[in-house]
Design a protein around this ligand. Structure first.
Ligand SMILES: C[S@@+](CC[C@H](N)C(=O)[O-])C[C@H]1O[C@@H](n2cnc3c(N)ncnc32)[C@H](O)[C@@H]1O
Length: 338
């Protein structure tokens, strides 16, 4: 298979049981380096997708251009620069002639002009499409992450996978992160470096290396202490409220949120280490989740190797397709292709 916009390889991790990646394209140096650490450097093109010239023929292409603020539905302007990456994606599909392709993207993709463009291109190339929203928690991931998936096939209709879990047996945060040290031993990643694609960068890190904390101010700590499980900024007494929240009493309900032990987390985004950005406080301890906890909530195994700075690794984790969800899609595709 080919993995486009591969990031750290969340999709590849889920697909690896059924498909061998023979080309992965990723322009971010640290993300490409993480990918290479886990899947081998030989097939990684660390660079812009537009610079990919040798495209092998494969059974499957996976990936999805990152959202650049989709253009409004109805605007079918073929020259809209936001379409450029979709055109690149489809250029590779046409060259690789896969029997199937898989696209993952944010939910609003399905209502965008880019999706309309994709449908036209796919039909012209002989692919039938199925699409819909998949909730990671419905596939055993301890996270309520909802993403759009589009499956294309030129060997008969390829429907989306059916959920393996229901709300009654969703996996909670506890299953994923219980038992880790309450207080991370360090605020920095171990000092280690590695060379990849001609440059030196921090790594490799795995497991407890990623259980790194932060140094909250006394005010931040007082805020964390005021928030109960399932609570958020509305639980803060007036004297602990930042001015912007005091003046904006509604909306942004999840900021400064605390997780609940027995429910899946909300979506783990790229800044999960900042409690002011979402529901990222540990269910019990007075701190945001660590990188290791975020990786586990994304269903990455502790053996996965990471490269880059704390911020770069957080971006890789938050951008990834949870491998367990990817695995469910992979099983469906493998079954279809036989
Ligand atoms: C949402 S992330 C992909 C996550 C990945 N599918 C996973 O499961 O881990 C999108 C990636 O596209 C990469 N990207 C964006 N524009 C690119 C381009 N023009 N060429 C190559 N990669 C690009 C970004 O660096 C980012 O890592």
């Amino acid at each position: 298979m080919i993995d486009l916009f591969a990031g750290c390889g969340g999709l590849s991790q889920g697909f690896r049981a059924a498909f061998d990646p023979v080309l992965a394209v990723e322009h971010d140096h640290a993300a490409a380096a993480t990918y290479a650490a886990n899947f081998g450097p030989e097939h990684v093109h660390q660079g812009d997708i537009a610079t990919v010239t040798d495209v092998p023929e494969v059974d499957l292409v996976v990936g999805g251009p990152p959202c650049q603020g989709f253009s409004a539905l109805g605007s079918r302007d073929v020259d809209d620069p936001r379409n450029a990456l979709w055109r690149e994606y489809f250029r590779v599909v046409r060259a690789a002639r896969p029997r199937a392709f898989v696209i993952e993207n944010v939910d609003r993709f399905l209502g965008s002009a880019e999706f309309a463009l994709l449908r036209t291109e796919a039909a012209a190339a002989g692919y039938e499409l199925s699409w819909g929203l998949l909730l990671a928690a419905d596939f055993g991931v301890p996270q309520r992450r909802k993403r759009a998936f589009v499956l294309g096939s030129r060997v008969g209709a390829l429907p989306l996978p059916t959920p393996t879990h229901t709300r009654a047996d969703w996996v909670g945060v506890r299953t994923a992160i219980t038992g880790l040290p309450a207080a991370p031993a360090s605020t920095t990643l171990p000092s280690r470096s590695v060379r990849a694609f001609g440059r030196t960068l921090p790594g490799d890190f795995r497991g407890l290396d990623l259980h790194v904390g932060r140094n909250p101010t006394p005010l931040s700590l007082a805020r964390y202490r005021a928030i109960p499980p399932g609570g958020g900024r509305f639980d803060l007494p007036d004297d602990l409220l930042p001015r912007c929240w005091r003046e904006k009493r509604t909306g942004t309900t999840d900021v400064m949120g605390r997780m609940r032990w027995d429910q899946p987390s909300l979506t783990i985004r790229t800044e999960f280490f900042k409690p002011e950005k979402g529901r990222y406080l540990h269910p019990e301890h007075h701190r945001p989740i660590t990188h290791l906890e975020a990786a586990r909530l994304q269903s990455f195994p502790d053996t996965f190797r990471w490269r880059g700075s704390k911020i770069e690794i957080a971006r890789q984790i938050g951008n990834a397709v949870p491998p367990l969800l990817a695995g469910a899609v992979a099983a469906r595709v493998a079954d279809h292709l036989g």
